[in-house]
Design a protein around this ligand. Structure first.
Ligand code: FE
Length: 452
C-alpha cells in the first residue's frame, strides 16, 4: 500500500479533544471545492450552450473530486447507447457505445451508484478503452444523472482519485450533486433549443407562405431581413438583438395577407382608395402579430415589424410616429425596405441605375430614414450588398470579384459613380470595380441558365 502519511498505524489520529481541528490544508481544499462548485452553479445559471457547459462541468468535476479524469455520458434511449462529447484526455469528439457496456453502462442500466477501489477487480469493467489508450483505470466513482421527472438521462464518472486513494462517502455526495447540476443543464438547454427551433421555423413558415402568395415580390422579405441584419451588425447589435430583429424583419409584410389580390396585384396606376388599401398592410401586420404570444424579450416584435413604413418626419404610416418614437428596428427596416424596393428587378423593367438608387437613399435621409443608420448602411462592404441582392441568382458571384468588392464600401462605390457621372477620370482599379459591379447589377436573374 502506498505511503500516504495518513494511514500510518503508529499515528492513530489526533489526541482526544482535538478531533474537531482541521489543518489549514484541509480548510483550503474545502474552500477550493466550494468555489469550484459555485463556478459550476453560476455557469449553469448563466448560459445555455450545452457543449461548452458540459465541458466546463466535467473539467471542474475533475478538480473538485481530486481525480485524474472525469466523463459524462448521456443516454440515448432510442438506440440504447451512451454518448458523450466531453471526455477529457481524448479530445472533443462524439463517443458512442451500447448502454450495457462497462461500469458506466451498469450505472446507466440500474441507476445505482458505483464506488469501486480497483476497476480490474470488477468483472463489469471493460478494459478495451485502457488497452487502446494505455491508460490504467483504478478507482472509479460513477453516479446516475436524473432529470426533474426522475428519468435517467445520463451518468457521470470520475476515475483514479489522486494519491491512489479511494473515493469516499463524501465524494459520492458531491458527485451526486454535480450530476444533478449537469442534469438541469442538459434539460434546460434542450428545452431552450427546442423552443428556439420551433420559433424560427414558425417565423420562416409565415414568411414562406407570404412569398408563395406574391411571386412578384418573392424574396423581398428575406433580402430586407438580410440588409437590416447587416446594418444592425454595423451598429454592433448583440446576438440576441439580431435574432429578434431577424424575426421582425422576416414578418414585416405579413399584413399583405389582409390585402385583396385585385389590389395587391393590380397592373397600372392605383387610385387613392387602392393606395390606402395597400398601405393598410402595415396595420394588418401589427394586428396579426399582436395575436401571437411572444415572450418578454420578443414582445416588441409586432411594433418593430409594423413600423417599417413610419418616417422620421412623422409623415409615415400606420401610426404616424416620428423620430425615436419609431422602434429602432423599424427605422432600420425602413432602410432595407426602400433599398430593396428600388433595387429589385421587375419583369417589365431593368433595375434602377445604381447612382440613382444611392441618390434616392440620400434624399430620403433625415426626412424619411435616419441619417446615421444610412451612414452605417453605406459603411458596409459592396460584397455584402451584392451577395444579398443576388441571393436568388443561380449564377454565383465569382470569388475574384467578391474579393474586389470586399475592399470597397457602398460609400466608396457611390463616390466613384458620382465622379464618373461628372466625367472625372477614374484609375484603372476604380473603373474595374465599377464595371464588375454593373455587370452583376444589370445581369439578368436567369443569367447562367443554359437553355437546351
Ligand atoms: Fe411593407
Amino acid at each position: 500500500m502506498p505511503d500516504s502519511g495518513k494511514s500510518d498505524p503508529s499515528n492513530p489520529g489526533p489526541p482526544p479533544g482535538e478531533e474537531e481541528k482541521i489543518t489549514l490544508e484541509d480548510a483550503l481544499l474545502e474552500l477550493y471545492r466550494l468555489r469550484a462548485m459555485c463556478d459550476v452553479s453560476r455557469a449553469v445559471a448563466g448560459t445555455l450552450d450545452l457543449d461548452r457547459l458540459l465541458n466546463l462541468i466535467v473539467a471542474k468535476t475533475t478538480d473538485i473530486m481530486n481525480a485524474d479524469r472525469s466523463s459524462l455520458f448521456l443516454i440515448d434511449w432510442d438506440t440504447e447507447e451512451l454518448w458523450s462529447k466531453v471526455a477529457q484526455g481524448v479530445r472533443f469528439m462524439e463517443i458512442r457505445f451500447p448502454m450495457h457496456l462497462g461500469l458506466a453502462g451498469a450505472v446507466a442500466t440500474t441507476g445505482e451508484t458505483l464506488n469501486i477501489p480497483d476497476a480490474y477487480e470488477d468483472e463489469r469493467f471493460n478494459r478495451e478503452f485502457d488497452k487502446r489508450t494505455g491508460y490504467r483505470t483504478r478507482s472509479v466513482l460513477a453516479v446516475p444523472m436524473n432529470n426533474k421527472a426522475g428519468e435517467r438521462i445520463g451518468i457521470m464518472q470520475v476515475l483514479n482519485k489522486k494519491g491512489d486513494e479511494e473515493f469516499t462517502q463524501e465524494d459520492e455526495e458531491i458527485l451526486k450533486s454535480l450530476a444533478g447540476q449537469a442534469a438541469i443543464t442538459v434539460e434546460n438547454s434542450q428545452l431552450y433549443e427546442e423552443q428556439k427551433k420551433s420559433f424560427i421555423s414558425f417565423v420562416e413558415t409565415l414568411a414562406t407562405a407570404m412569398d408563395a402568395r406574391d411571386p412578384i415580390t418573392a424574396g423581398h422579405s428575406k433580402r430586407v431581413t438580410d440588409y437590416s441584419v447587416a446594418i444592425a451588425e454595423e451598429l454592433e447589435y448583440s446576438e440576441k438583438q439580431l435574432e429578434i430583429l431577424n424575426a421582425a424583419a422576416l414578418m414585416h409584410d405579413i399584413g399583405k395577407i389582409g390585402v385583396p389580390e385585385v389590389v395587391l396585384f393590380k397592373d397600372g396606376k392605383l387610385d387613392d382608395e387602392e393606395y390606402k388599401i395597400i398601405q393598410s398592410h402595415a396595420r394588418h401586420t401589427l394586428n396579426i402579430l399582436d395575436k401571437i404570444h411572444f415572450d418578454r424579450e420578443k414582445k416588441e416584435i409586432p411594433m418593430m415589424a409594423a413600423s417599417h413604413h413610419e418616417r422620421i418626419d412623422g409623415e409615415g404610416y400606420p401610426l404616424g410616429l416620428s423620430g425615436e418614437e419609431i422602434p429602432e428596428a423599424g427605422r432600420i427596416l425602413a432602410i432595407g425596405d426602400i433599398f430593396d424596393a428600388i433595387t429589385s428587378r421587375r419583369h417589365y423593367r431593368d433595375r434602377m441605375e445604381f447612382i440613382r438608387v444611392m441618390r434616392v437613399i440620400d434624399e430620403e435621409s433625415s426626412s424619411h430614414i435616419q441619417l446615421d443608420f444610412v451612414e452605417a448602411f453605406k459603411h458596409l462592404p459592396v460584397s455584402r450588398i451584392i451577395m444579398i441582392m443576388e441571393q436568388d441568382n443561380v449564377e454565383p458571384v465569382e470569388s475574384e470579384d467578391l474579393e474586389l468588392f470586399k475592399k470597397f464600401t457602398l460609400n466608396d462605390l457611390q463616390e466613384l459613380l458620382e465622379r464618373g457621372d461628372r466625367e472625372e477620370s477614374l484609375t484603372q482599379d476604380e473603373q474595374h470595380l465599377v464595371d464588375r459591379f454593373n455587370f452583376y447589377y444589370h445581369r439578368s436573374i436567369s443569367e447562367g441558365w443554359v437553355p437546351d
